[in-house]
Design a protein around this ligand. Structure first.
Ligand SMILES: Cc1cc2nc3c(=O)[nH]c(=O)nc-3n(C[C@H](O)[C@H](O)[C@H](O)COP(=O)(O)OP(=O)(O)OC[C@H]3O[C@@H](n4cnc5c(N)ncnc54)[C@H](O)[C@@H]3O)c2cc1C
Length: 430
């Protein structure tokens, strides 16, 4: 994920080996991927959240912190939110980003079908009196890991013996789980956090109910294997944000919001399937080990490795925007362009989160005058090759229309055929 300005402040630590993509812990090397960052970045979620919060502050969006939504009503003009302090808020739209137990989803009556949990884990940061057995392992119970955390405490991930817990996890639960797996709790004390997660796998049947939309874990929950949840949640928000802005500003019709579900629902559905497959492979008995060996052998071959690595790192996302050039519906690569004003990177242009028409042919051939207030036209040249993750080499386009979320909405072949239609579909009537 390298969207907008968050990256310049990321300071992501390159973890050991830097190759962190994997399928059920079977390592997938992406160092030969045609992308500017063919590796993973280790950045703790609380830091990501701080970075994103800082960015939102910069944008001067009003934020009401520490307030709980207890319900809402909607009509055809607005949504009225009820808050736990008795106050209410009115908005044109409501986006429920309120996690897996989403009140917004439940109050909207949106179904959340899927599969009940088969495994339960505790994750915690604690102090330990004794030196533990560092590292990760899989055993008959599931996944276990003990790691050093900044500040000297210990990060614990331990699989519980039974699924029956429904209340808040305690230090005692953690101690019992550790003893069951390691034979000792290493003298744990002073927890700074303990939480429980399972492999419950569910997805909202619809991402929209009139003026109410869902994003992130409110729309999909799954086992965290492969580290995909936050990634797809942020991409939900990025897919939705510009569409919602255009609808609110009335430059696009409300029907644009329907593309949010049609584009993002299939992405999470695939993640749900791959996490279920991985959960099965993370268990341990002789037959599953035999299956893992088979999968490892398969994933050591180039083509399967590339496909699965692209799947796990989100580089294979392809929105169905119809027939055409292979770039259509794909994320625009971060090319090094040349312009009359000097070198320019594609992602730099996308920082403003505005649509871009990139003309790589002779300047002057594309007229977007009626959209000039909404769409930037950039004339540039690109001398490099067009190699894309999974797809490999594709023919060089003469122009591309890039949406604010970085996906390609139209590809030019030296003419402007289809350009007006694409501009109207995505950015409103002229
Ligand atoms: C152990 C573990 C490891 C993970 N590792 C990774 C990883 O490596 N990479 C990755 O991409 N993902 C990972 N994930 C998944 C990731 O943490 C989640 O997908 C992500 O946190 C979801 O973000 P969210 O904002 O949708 O929901 P949440 O993080 O659940 O945030 C929801 C927010 O809404 C607030 N809220 C809830 N109800 C209300 C209400 N009624 N009124 C007001 N506010 C409310 C909550 O207080 C909370 O702040 C991991 C998950 C787990 C459990």
């Amino acid at each position: 994920m390298a969207y907008g300005r968050t990256r310049r402040r990321g300071n992501g630590r390159r973890p050991d080996g830097a190759q962190v993509a994997g399928f059920a812990w079977i390592r997938l090397d992406i160092s030969d991927f045609p992308t500017r960052h063919p590796y993973g970045l280790g950045l703790r979620q609380k830091r990501i959240e701080r970075i994103l919060a800082g960015w939102v502050d910069e944008l001067k969006v009003p934020i009401y912190r520490g307030r709980e939504v207890t319900g809402f009503t909607q009509d055809d003009k607005s949504v009225d939110l009820q808050m736990s302090d008795g106050q209410s808020l009115r908005a044109a739209y409501l986006v429920g980003c309120d996690g897996g137990r989403s009140l917004v989803r439940k109050a909207a009556g949106i179904e959340f079908p899927g599969w009940d949990p088969t495994t339960s884990c505790l994750i915690a940061e604690v102090e330990m009196d004794q030196e533990p057995e560092w590292g990760m392992r899989r055993d008959a119970f599931g996944v276990q890991a003990l790691s050093r955390v900044e500040g000297g405490s210990v990060g614990v991930l331990v699989t519980e013996q039974d699924l029956g817990h429904t209340d808040e996890p305690t230090l005692r639960d953690l101690s019992e789980a550790l003893i069951a797996v390691y034979g000792t709790d290493y003298g744990i004390h002073s927890p700074t956090s303990i939480s429980r997660f399972t492999d419950m796998t569910r997805q909202a049947a619809s991402y929209r109910d009139k003026r109410v939309l869902l994003a992130g874990d409110a729309a999909h929950v799954h086992f965290p294997v492969g580290g995909q949840g936050l990634n797809i949640g942020v991409q939900d928000a990025v897919n939705l944000g510009w569409k919602l802005a255009q609808v609110v500003k009335e430059t696009s019709p409300e029907s644009l919001l329907d593309t949010y579900h049609s584009e993002r629902h299939p992405v999470a559905a695939r993640v749900l399937r791959n996490t279920m497959a991985q959960t099965a492979l993370l268990r341990s008995d002789e037959r599953i080990e035999a299956l893992r060996d088979t999968m490892s052998e398969l994933l050591s071959m180039d083509e399967p490795r590339k496909r699965f690595a692209a799947k796990m790192s989100g580089l294979d996302i392809h929105y169905d925007l119809g027939e055409g050039h292979p770039l259509l519906g794909l994320r625009m690569p971060d090319l090094d362009l040349a312009t009359d004003n000097g070198p320019l990177r594609v992602f730099t242009v996308l920082h403003d989160a505005r649509p871009v028409l990139l003309n790589l042919d002779e300047p002057g051939g594309l007229d977007i005058t009626p959209w000039r207030d909404r769409v930037q036209l950039i004339n540039a040249t690109y001398a490099g090759s067009w190699e894309l993750p999974v797809l490999g080499q594709v023919s060089a386009p003469d122009a591309v229309l890039i949406r604010p979320d970085g996906y390609v909405a139209w590809v030019g072949d030296g003419t402007d055929t289809g350009l007006r239609a694409a501009l109207t579909t995505w950015f409103g009537s002229p």
